[in-house]
Design a protein around this ligand. Structure first.
Ligand code: ATP
Length: 255
């Protein structure tokens, strides 16, 4: 891809207390590109996402976004005041610049029209995820950011949601940055995987990365049932590489 990135992160670092959560992270997001961040619990995926969105300030490093980049953000959770009566339709209409027609469109597109008059407090985990996705789509994003979009969703629902993501990318022409724990589920829905553990452990096209024996050793083993379980053994040193061009090191792995 030779276009200008819509977002470029350059050497982002952030320490919380004693813990270096982000260590010199660089990445580019190209128009229409689907990028997935994977990594173990607490490795900094959500923090990196919030830094990229401008919600958290890094200690050092730089973020360049294209002018007036419209970002649709689906957070991992969105605590709501339980005492506030609010149905799905009213909740979605709170989104800035949302219109009646757009709300109806996304309700229908995500197969949740039947939830329109239901209280947001009574939704199942999977239904709530779809409503949050609709809310992110209502801003007509150029960049759609999904923080663990399949949380609380059953396996069939996860497969459907991951199939939907490239379709939404095609319909909106947007780029997608998503966080996932499920490498095997997300493989076919992503153009690039970035494996995080504070630093960028490896990155590249999912098939290139997944075919790398060193990658499998680090990030999973494929069992007979075809499921690759995520088992990151981070007992290695991070060798230096060129952070200014993170996408050139597809299949890069540690010594
Ligand atoms: N505001 C904060 N203050 C202090 N520590 C924080 C803060 N936010 C996150 N952390 C810590 O930073 C680390 C990275 O957290 P983050 O939520 O980014 O991880 P994650 O990779 O998204 O994890 P998970 O997969 O469990 O959602 C964790 O150790 C977390 O406890």
């Amino acid at each position: 891809m030779s276009e200008e990135p819509i977002l470029r992160a350059d050497n982002l670092s952030l320490t919380f207390g004693q813990k270096k959560v982000l260590d010199q992270i660089s990445l580019d997001i190209q128009p229409r590109q689907i990028i997935t961040l994977i990594g173990p619990n607490g490795c900094g995926k959500s923090t990196l996402t919030k830094v990229l969105l401008g919600l958290v300030r890094p200690d050092s490093g730089k973020i360049i976004r294209s002018r007036q980049l419209r970002i649709g953000y689906m957070p991992q959770n969105l605590p709501l005041d339980q005492r506030m009566p609010l149905n799905v339709d009213e909740f979605l209409r709170l989104t800035r610049r949302s219109t009646r027609a757009a709300v109806d469109h996304w309700l229908e597109r995500l197969n949740i029209t039947s939830l329109k008059d239901q209280s947001v407090h009574d939704l199942s985990g999977g239904e709530w995820q779809r409503v949050l996705l609709a809310r992110a789509l209502l801003v007509e994003p150029e960049l759609l950011v999904l923080d663990e979009p399949v949380q609380g969703v059953d396996v069939q629902g996860q497969l459907e949601l991951y199939q939907l993501i490239p379709q939404l990318r095609d319909e909106l022409g947007c780029a997608v940055l998503m966080i996932s724990h499920d490498l095997h589920l997300v493989m076919s829905a992503t153009d690039e995987v970035i494996c995080l553990n504070g630093h960028v452990c490896c990155s590249g096209h999912p098939e290139t990365v997944s075919a790398d024996p060193a990658y499998l050793e680090l990030f999973g083993r494929r069992l007979d049932d075809g499921i690759a379980y995520y088992t990151h053994h981070h007992d290695h040193e991070h060798c230096d590489h060129d952070h200014s061009s993170p996408h050139t090191n597809a299949g890069h792995h540690h010594d």
